[in-house]
Design a protein. Sequence first.
Length: 255
Amino acid sequence: MDLNPTAGAAATETSLLPGLDHASLENDGPKAFGDRIGTPAPEEKVLWKGRPAVGLLARSAFHAHKAGAYMAALAVIAVLTGNTTAALVAAGLGLVLVGLLYLLAWTSARTTLYILTDARMIMRIGMAIETRINLPLKQITAANLRLRGKGYGDIAFALAGERLLGTLLLWPHVRPWHYAMPQPMLRAVPDAARVAQMIGDARAQYGAIERNLSEIKEAAPAGVQHAGQGAGAAAAGRLAPVMGRTGQGLEGAPA
């Protein structure tokens, strides 16, 4: 999916959407209380806000379905071996475990708010310690999209500059297996393809992005380059690097 600007009105359609009301951001999810890291400046145009879908977050980030399948397998094995008591215990523990994971996912979604402006991506996150992450768009060198069905998906960002954001600070809003250079990730957002295009249009004012959106591969990143999807992305190839690190940099701070 090509996120670099192309000729015609269609390429800029999403960037021309009217901005959202700044005041509404404080009535939807975690508040920033005017903190400059987590609050758009008056001159910033708010393009989009969103939060993870609970069910998808439970399955993709907290792996609730895998935990449930494992406990169910233990229960089946216990039944096949004639140990009814062990089967009941495994089934009960499985229900409790899946319930706890869904509760964690619900808490994480309730304490998360992603905000896209024409200058940066703001992430208000944190279940135990509320944290605000500021990602200037000009620091995004690559973006990766993983669609997860019914329009939902994850969007991860590769960032310019040195390592400033830790995996523990970001989790679960971080791309798996990228520990040396953690990549912040929007988890389980609705209408992910449209949101990705909006990010690309907003980012275009700072120059071409190095790599178009491509499917996320959840494997250890041994220098693997992600190929763009479709003929258009393949033709685009590697584009010009983004501007150097200047101005306001990456920031992340507990509330």
